[in-house]
Design a protein around this ligand. Structure first.
Ligand SMILES: [Zn+2]
Length: 279
């Protein structure tokens, strides 16, 4: 029996121009649009997903940390962190306490943590997993470290000093519209697919349960409406690549009954509860 559970780890606020970019604007223009935009979307959930599988439990992404709101945590030289996004996480909303509340001890009860990408609202909870295998896409890791990463929404200077993720390539067979994949479980029911655009080397986690497929989209799209409309977000450096990824996800999800679960879609948990597939 395979089961997927959504775990909310606090809220993120962003500008409307970040959630949905304007067609025809390139990556640079989209960032200007975000700085100029005065409209904020309602607070969005920061979601992690727990997968229970016969080979073990897997956690997808780790959310952010309450320390994000402590002065000095975010670099002041990059106003994107401090002015364009607002992370609201209470200490007890972090992924560690959330897992404890479910009766889980990360060190004992998790087979691995999987990161879709290294943006800070997906890595901020890493401190809770010093004893775990952490699987992440190599291509995204390469652009997320150092100064380059700090320019692009990552906080490598805040990663735990013990952090040595198991970096993986998309070295597995094509799956439907995706040119490659990477297996996570022996039975092939959990695997990664490349979903670049929002960030270079971004991956999504696919879970093929007995009766339905779960598509844990990370930030490949912020919500199902933008996926349906093939609207790229405001932070992509390559809008055309983002749209190609959205088309691939749609093609995948129309081929087999699939529940779409992005990391910041307020409707995702209710689709999961009601087993509402993409159509
Ligand atoms: Zn992201």
């Amino acid at each position: 029996m395979i089961r997927v559970t959504a775990i909310e780890t606090g809220k993120a606020r962003m500008k409307t121009a970040q959630r949905t970019g304007q067609d025809g604007r390139n990556g640079f223009q989209r960032k200007i649009d975000i700085f100029r935009d005065r409209n904020w979307v309602s607070p969005l959930p920061i979601l992690c997903f727990l997968i229970e599988h016969p080979e073990g439990r897997f956690l997808v992404d780790t959310g952010d940390t309450w320390r994000n709101s402590v002065p000095g945590y975010l670099p002041r030289w990059n106003p994107f962190f401090t002015k364009e996004v607002s992370i609201r996480v209470a200490p007890q909303e972090e992924i560690g306490p959330r897992l404890s509340a479910l009766g889980l001890d990360p060190a004992r009860d998790l087979e691995a943590v999987i990161l879709t990408h290294f943006h800070h609202d997906h890595t901020g909870g890493l401190d809770h997993f010093p004893h775990n295998r952490i699987i992440a896409p190599r291509e995204n890791y390469e652009v997320s470290k150092g100064l380059k990463g700090m320019m692009m929404g990552c906080l490598p200077q805040r990663w735990p000093i013990w952090f040595r993720p198991e970096l993986v390539e998309m070295d597995g067979p094509p799956v439907g519209p995706f040119a490659s994949s990477h297996p996570i479980t022996e039975d092939g029911r959990i695997f990664l697919v490349p979903t670049p655009g929002h960030a270079r080397g971004h991956v999504a986690v696919v879970v093929r349960a007995e009766d339905v497929t779960y598509f844990l989209a990370g930030d490949a799209t912020y919500d199902e409406a933008n996926l349906r409309a093939e609207k790229a977000d405001g932070v992509t450096n390559d809008p055309a690549l983002s749209v190609a990824t959205l088309k691939a996800i749609k093609a995948f999800a129309t081929n087999e009954p699939t529940i779409i679960l992005p990391a910041h879609d307020p409707e995702g948990p209710s689709r999961l509860d009601h087993r509402q597939v993409f159509a």
